[in-house]
Design a protein around this ligand. Sequence first.
Ligand code: DSN
Length: 434
Amino acid sequence: MTDKFWGPDFDELERTDPEIADVVLSELDRQRAGLQLIASENLTSPAVLAALGSTLSNKYAEGYPGHRYYGGCAEVDRAENLAVERGKALFGAEHVNVQSHSGASANLAVYAAFAQPGDPILAMSLPHGGHLTHGARVNFSGKWFSPIPYHVDKKTELIDYDEVRDLALTHRPRIIVAGATAYPRLIDFAAFRKIADEVDAILWVDAAHFIGLVAGKAIPSPVPYADVVSATTHKVLRGPRGGMIICRGEHAKAIDKAVFPFSQGGPLMHSVAGKAVAFKEASTPAFQAYASAVTANAAALSKALEAEGMRAVSGGTDTHLALIDLRGLDPAVSGADAERRCDLARITLNKNAIPYDPAPPMVASGIRVGSAALTTQGFDEADMGRVASLIARAVSADPSTATGERELAAVVDDVTQLVATKPAYPRMAGEGPQ
Ligand code: DSN
């Protein structure tokens, strides 16, 4: 066994490139100093970070374990085999591909495996919570395929399954996509399966956001229902930044070929190793406790924000995220203003369109909040009440007024005190000011 010297060495980075070393340290400080509420982010573990910062980054390994286009792949083969086997066990899957560089790359491969240019694709409308790769005009998915958007019901703000079925019967899509980036509720995978079977479509679940809740058994799994499930590994799942694809055995070859050689070259083997670590961590009782705390915390946050006068779209959440409609606030605050004010108060979240939003996307009438990162650092439901009150104070503080400026400074003080009780990446002995 070689010594550990060749692992990540921050002193070396500081000597070689003090400017980037400063960025790295400042970003760590930013993550520690504030409340991280972006629903697609998390604080990955030191073990995953160590795999990411390893010499596996050096290795080219086009192909799959045992069938590579380069020599010297014995060690990275072990990493990929471990990731695949752990992924299969974790999700009860027949086949797993762990090479996708990102969620968007995984989605590109799914299209490549199942559709031809011009094919009709039925997917959730982007302004109603769908993803860019589900047929947005500015994305390859909207340019190369014929997207048909489905929506949420105006009153319930839940997926309108009747509309999904009607559109499926009318357009006979090649693929039906279930999955979203800003939908707070459980998706009825059985209903989607039934509709897909009626029109002989492929059922693809894009589980990028919630796959970590599935891994932690906090919500039902799409795997038994879907032909194919794409996902990211860095959101609630808390692994390295990257993508993955789970599919039925009969589609294994098509998916593998669609990832490599069709849409990617060399896999990022350090990231593949990080995925293996994350799957191992996600198979523990501790991760299951974390996953159910994520949903409990999101529900508590959503309820507490409602008590502060901010309506939760669909009346709440079953997952890690809530979509908050700000239109009830007096004076009015847009999503963009809320995001900026929270940023000034060290509360990181994003503006978000709400269904049937009258405002343009860059302004938006809502915000999206997620509970994964705060849950990782140990926040509980009572803390979420405090977080909601800090968000409410920040959102209502107009920084162009002296009162608003003072209030935002006071919120920063309170955020600082709150994060000190349950710090992200707790400082190690001897590291910087304690
Ligand atoms: N950008 C991610 C999100 O925030 O939901 C999805 O790709």
